[in-house]
Design a protein around this ligand. Structure first.
Ligand code: ADP
Length: 393
């Protein structure tokens, strides 16, 4: 299938889109509609077919109106299918699925596990199905790549009934990104089916152990809050913290949730910002909070990678991706320095030159070290194409 796939990532008040052509060298039309359904100042920004950026006021737009505006922006380019990013596929979805009423109902049933994300994703599905009734639509799940985790990695040490009756287990997220960069590392290294530790470090951060193209363990769990520290999310805390904050400080569950998800991580620790560029600048000016924040952030990533190495029969190398992983040479250098027993040798010159979305091998021997820009839209488009080809075969 050679024609483009429209990739939609629909949040509660925003829609990210990309029209992904089949040939990697062709340009992508892409953009973001923001402030939808918030009464008056919705806006669509993006890149048009001449490669120029645009910004268009949408007034009081909802998701359907924004999708109509996106359709106009595609000009003469017509997609042959739509691929939707869906955050949570529970245990039901182990791979991408052609969307029909049954699949929509199953995603709805999974919404209890991702109450902020799945309903918003489904709003995009409903609006897109109305606007493109004749186009095949495919759901691509953040969780599906991690459905290969063995039980020892996905079960919590909790009463069995919580798993059996309420699906409480570790699911993992960022699956499209870990899948993309580990496959790319296989291709670039010539090690088909290598053992990789991947670190997706963006606003959300997670790590993953991939062996022969399969995820064997990952840092995120039931929700995207577990694991390493992130922009505003705490990552792992003592599970006793919730009871302590409730009993000692009288905090409500909503407040605890809000603090752990939105006021913690880089932002909470530093008291400054969740933006890594600003933190690195503040550290270089001697800000002690910024220095501690960077230390904690990198230490937790290294600790997580060391823990995940237990999942791999053999470790071939590490892959960094995401806005921080692709751009911050200092973060990569610190994480690598914290893993002396892994036999890693960093090429500091190449590391410092590998920024701004460039692929690069940054080791100087020993196990391989890669920086690989993630391409979640490309991965969603590929999985959409693959699913449709299998169905039509
Ligand atoms: P999201 O997870 O929302 O997709 P990104 O993957 O774009 O986010 O990552 C955002 C993070 O990347 C921010 O912390 C930002 O500061 C960081 N980042 C972007 N560019 C750089 C840079 N040149 N140096 C250090 N950090 C960077």
């Amino acid at each position: 299938m050679n024609a483009p796939v429209l990739v939609i990532n629909c949040g509660s008040s925003s829609i990210k889109y990309a029209l992904v052509p089949s040939a990697p060298d062709q340009p992508r039309l892409a953009g973001l509609a923001e402030r939808l359904g918030s009464g008056g100042d919705a806006r669509l920004k993006g890149i048009d077919s001449r490669g120029e950026s645009f910004s268009q006021a949408l007034g009081e737009a909802d998701h359907t109106r924004a999708l109509e505006a996106i359709l106009d922006r595609l000009e003469r380019h017509r997609p042959v299918a739509v691929g939707h990013r869906i955050v949570h596929g529970g245990e039901r979805f182990t791979r991408a699925a052609l969307i029909d009423d049954d699949v929509v109902a199953a995603i709805e049933q999974t919404s209890a596990l991702a109450p902020l994300h799945n309903p918003a994703n489904l709003e995009g599905v409903a609006a897109t199905r109305r606007l493109f009734p004749d186009l095949p639509q495919v759901a691509v799940f953040d969780t599906a790549f991690h459905q290969t985790l063995p039980a020892r990695a996905y079960r919590y040490a909790l009463p069995e009934a919580l798993y059996r009756d309420h699906a409480i287990r570790r699911y993992g997220f960022h699956g499209t990104s870990h899948a993309y960069v580990s496959r790319r590392a296989d291709a670039l290294s010539g090690l088909e089916g290598g053992g990789w530790l991947t670190a997706h470090l963006g606003n959300g951060c997670s790590t993953c152990a991939v062996w022969q193209g399969r995820s064997l363990d990952t840092s995120m769990g039931l929700t995207p809050l577990e694991g390493v520290a992130m922009g505003t999310r705490s990552g792992d805390v003592d599970p006793g913290l919730h009871a302590h904050l409730s009993r000692q400080l009288g905090w409500s569950l909503e407040r605890i949730d809000e603090v752990l998800n939105r006021n913690s991580g880089l932002l909470g620790l530093s008291g400054l910002t969740n933006d890594m560029r600003e933190l690195e600048a503040a550290e270089s000016q001697g800000h002690p909070g910024a220095a501690l924040t960077l230390e904690v952030f990198c230490y937790r990533i290294a600790k997580s990678l060391a823990a995940l190495s237990c999942a791999l029969p053999r470790l071939d190398g590490l892959v960094f991706t995401g806005g921080i992983g692709e751009n911050s040479a200092p973060v990569r250098e610190r994480v690598i320095a914290l893993l002396p027993h892994f036999g890693l040798q960093l090429n500091r010159t190449v590391n410092s030159e590998t920024v701004r979305g460039r692929e690069g091998r940054i080791d100087a021997g020993g196990r391989q070290l890669w920086v690989i820009p993630t391409d979640e839209e490309g991965q969603i488009a590929n999985e959409t194409r693959q699913r449709l080809q299998e169905i039509s075969a």
